[in-house]
Design a protein around this ligand. Sequence first.
Ligand code: SAM
Length: 364
Amino acid sequence: MNQVLLYCRPGFEKECAGEIQTKATDVEIYGFPRTKSNSGYVIFECYQPGDAEKLVKKLPFSSLIFARQMVLVAGQVTDMPVGDRISPLLAALAEYSGEFPRCGDIRVEMPDTNDGKELSKFCRKFTVPLRQALRKQGYLFTKDNAKKPVLHVFFTAPGECYVGYSSSDNNSDFFMGIPRLKFPADAPSRSTLKLEEAFHVFIPREEWDERLASGMWAVDLGACPGGWTYQLVQRSMFVHAIDNGQMADSLMETGQVKHHEVDGFKFEPPRKNVTWLVCDMVEKPARVAHLMGQWLVKGWAKETIFNLKLPMKGRYDEVLQDLENLKVFLIKNGLKFNLQAKHLYHDREEITVHIQVLNPVTPH
Ligand code: SAM
């Protein structure tokens, strides 16, 4: 096996390819990406046989910004006959029977494109007989097991797919790498789903009660009309909402929100009891990243989720530079932290960054 398949948002293949190329080189694995514009995926082909396995083991999935999923490819199957699409898939797997692990789950997926949408009904139906056949041949355990690898069949066209697997401890938990979230009817804006998705992606569910606890104070910079504040209020937090615009009345009526009509770059929390800082201001990404760094270094917040709006050109380089500057700034100031950045499903021309400070500073 010498290919790794990465799913991404259509239109971001170049960023996804640039990122895997750089990060593979960092771990001394060499190869080249194959991309097709707006296809919603990238294939990274390693020069050395066996290197793809090494790559998916060495590279933490959480370190990838633009990839929604990372799959080790066993083979590509083309010209699948309409009457029997299962046999060629089994034949492709048989070639790697010694190396292919028994999996705990199967996902029959497609790119997140308009063409992909047309395949979704077929993929759903196909999953049932394929699961049975794979169980019979021993490629799948007889019962679903979330701790075992996941078998992926990724259809790129009717009768054409990649087959491979991902490790349950180094992949996205979600079908197609996309958490399915329902828009809450009473939320003031669709952006609310960005922050909810960020919670799902960055914070383990079992830690929500502690890290997103009721009664905490949060600051929301660029809050209007209140989609992000809504998420915090839903979790029974108190929020300083900073924006010159209009906040949704429904949020103000909860009594949990203080609206400050001031510049987010000048606001200082009145009491230093803030746990969460979130920021969705439409501003230069370098400026936002620096502001977030200042808040953490001053001890004004312990954890932050913020968006970096991407420029038209050089999107990957801008992200790399801004994150690198921010890390250097935090390290220079003695902070220990976890930082993760992701191009979320609900992000368009932006990425979302999460930082958790591990050695909180006394506010000053
Ligand atoms: N997160 C919000 C939601 O879910 O409803 C949407 C935020 S919207 C994308 C960006 C907001 O940032 C706008 O309401 C704008 O007024 C605000 N903004 C931009 N620059 C700002 C600044 N310097 N200070 C405060 N707010 C700012």
